[in-house]
Design a protein around this ligand. Structure first.
Ligand SMILES: [Zn+2]
Ligand SMILES: [Zn+2]
Length: 395
């Protein structure tokens, strides 16, 4: 197999020389082109590292980035020169869809799985993929949590014998002719684990894709504060189109925006101020809730999409009355504010399902969208799956 490949390479190389002649400058340019084409023909998902480094020295090949329609969640498949990376895997309900989608692409091995953070809407499908494919490198944030989905994840990792890698800011990994650079989290230890999401800039030649998980205003502030270069042509909006700051959006300065969220989700994603911000910059918008699965292709200089942007800048409807049609509704809507900041017994984070005393230092870092003011017995909350903050309350 390998031998055949080398003969093939040699033949194409000779062809390249005979087609382009001996002019040094002209040769360099078209040599890259020929090699790039050869790579496409020969790489069928079995590329080894030696071949990868060979292609990286040449002109960029192609990179495809597919935003899978996983309802309320994220799952992104990136492919370059036969190397594959899954970034998040969506929620439980779409886990088998994600696995069968990957199989349909002829994938036999995932060179990377990157799990931005351990929330169910990102993690569940990644567990499905861990069970279904051998994985080269598993990349995750460096925190643990006590949810049942996290336990299933740990078991899957243990079973397969993987050692997850917790990257640092600035780490760079190769993916075919592309590479990705880690830009978050700048720091750990947020009460809201969304802010601990591993975020990356995926680059192929001159094309860049920003993919930042579920970070919010806090994570954005830390990235901007660290002075990281986050400019990208395609911006996956953080946290399914929840909060974004103008400063952050301007720093990414995208030519296209993508929102991955569920149709009629109960969180009200995307937020009104977020879609208004995107519209005010006249940035074309793609949405998985309106358009299904969306694929972008980069040849290193230009990005094309498999469909037109929907440019639908209407926000999601926030719904606390059980009218939303995704099943995460239960998690967020059992408890809503029944008090005010002044009269409550506890402040809740309805996303992380943590109970805090009103004077807990963590309270100020809870996103307004995830905050609820509760008057009543702690036990009532524990029954609904809430856990107490270890900083301010004991079980
Ligand atoms: Zn999420
Ligand atoms: Zn999350």
């Amino acid at each position: 197999m390998k031998h055949t490949w080398r003969i093939c390479l040699a033949a194409l190389f000779l062809m390249a020389i005979s087609l382009t002649g001996c002019n040094a400058d002209g040769f360099t340019a078209s040599q890259g082109q020929e090699i790039g084409q050869r790579a496409e023909v020969n790489y069928n998902g079995n590329q080894d590292k030696e071949e990868a480094s060979l292609s990286q020295e040449q002109e960029p090949g192609n990179l495809s980035v597919t935003y899978l329609d996983v309802g309320q969640g994220n799952a992104i498949l990136a492919e370059s020169q036969g190397e594959f990376m899954l970034i998040d895997g969506g929620a439980r309900e779409t886990s088998s869809f994600v696995v069968s989608y990957l199989k349909k692409q002829g994938i036999e091995k995932l060179d990377y799985i990157l799990i931005s953070h351990f929330d169910e809407d990102h993690l569940a499908g990644a567990i499905g993929a861990l069970h279904s494919f051998p994985v080269g490198t598993l990349i995750t944030p460096d925190y643990t949590t006590d949810s049942s989905i996290y336990k299933s994840y740990r078991e899957a990792v243990k079973e397969a014998g993987y050692q997850p890698l917790h990257p640092e800011i600035g780490d760079v990994f190769g993916l075919g002719s592309a590479e990705f650079r880690v830009i978050s989290p700048v720091a750990y230890g947020h009460e809201d684990e969304n802010q601990d999401s591993v975020g990356i800039i995926l680059e192929n030649g001159e094309n860049k894709f920003y993919i930042g998980g579920d970070i919010g205003l806090q994570g954005e502030k830390e990235i901007l504060g660290a002075g990281l270069d986050i400019q990208a042509e395609v911006c996956l909006m953080n946290h399914h189109g929840s909060h974004v700051s103008r400063d952050f959006f301007q720093a990414v300065n995208p030519s296209y925006a993508v929102i991955s969220c569920g149709d009629g989700n109960s969180y009200g994603h995307p937020r009104q101020d977020t879609v208004e911000l995107i519209e005010s910059f006249h940035v074309p918008l793609f949405r998985t809730d309106k358009q299904g699965t969306i694929t972008a292709r980069s040849d290193g200089q230009r990005i094309t999409f498999d469909q037109e942007p929907c440019n639908d800048y209407t926000p999601g409807e926030k719904n606390h009355n059980g009218q939303g049609n995704d099943n995460q509704r239960e998690e967020t809507e059992e408890v809503v504010s029944n008090a005010t900041p002044d009269t409550c017994d506890f402040v809740l984070n309805i996303h992380t399902k943590k109970i805090h005393k009103p004077d807990c230092t963590y309270v100020s870092s809870i996103d307004q969208d995830n905050r609820a003011y509760f008057k009543g017995e702690k036990e009532e909350l524990l029954e609904q799956g809430y856990t107490v903050c270890k900083g301010c309350l004991k079980e």
